[in-house]
Write a protein that binds this ligand. Structure first.
Ligand SMILES: [Zn+2]
Length: 142
């Protein structure tokens, strides 16, 4: 018996595909847990939330990005990835927790836009509100 082949052109990942955030885990066992299902929006650490947000950017999961953005800094809307944009990978440089509800994650994300490689180096601040980690804002180290 042959397995069905997914020929869908959208960006949804097969749940057994390696997670785009680079942990080496399958998507369903990694960021997929926080994107939907019983543990929706319940990333256990700021780093897990940051990874799940990177993967959400890769997958154009704009609702998830808005839902995990602190209400004080959340934009009204987000735009989907432009055609020809390809996310290339995530490297988490450091994860530091200041107290139970405040943490920072420094990371480098790489993507290619219309053939041009770009690199985002950011130290993001995260706050835990009502038990859920949220993205607050970011600084851009030199
Ligand atoms: Zn992941």
């Amino acid at each position: 018996m042959s397995r069905p082949v997914n020929v869908s052109a959208n960006s949804q990942l097969d749940t057994s595909t390696a997670c785009p955030c680079g942990t080496g885990l399958a998507y369903a066992a990694c960021c997929g847990r926080w994107h939907e299902g019983a543990q929706h929006l319940q990333a256990l650490t700021a780093e897990a939330l940051m990874r799940s947000r990177y993967t959400a950017f890769v997958q154009d999961k704009l609702d998830y990005l808005l839902q995990t953005w602190h209400p004080d800094t959340r934009p009204l809307a987000l735009e989907r990835n432009p055609p020809g944009c390809k996310w290339l990978g995530l490297h988490v440089v450091a994860h530091a927790q200041q107290d139970a509800d405040h943490a920072t994650v420094e990371f480098i994300a790489r993507r290619r836009d219309a053939g041009r490689a770009t690199r985002l180096h950011e130290t993001s601040r995260f706050v835990r509100l009502d038990g859920r980690w949220l993205y607050l804002d970011g600084e851009f180290p030199a």
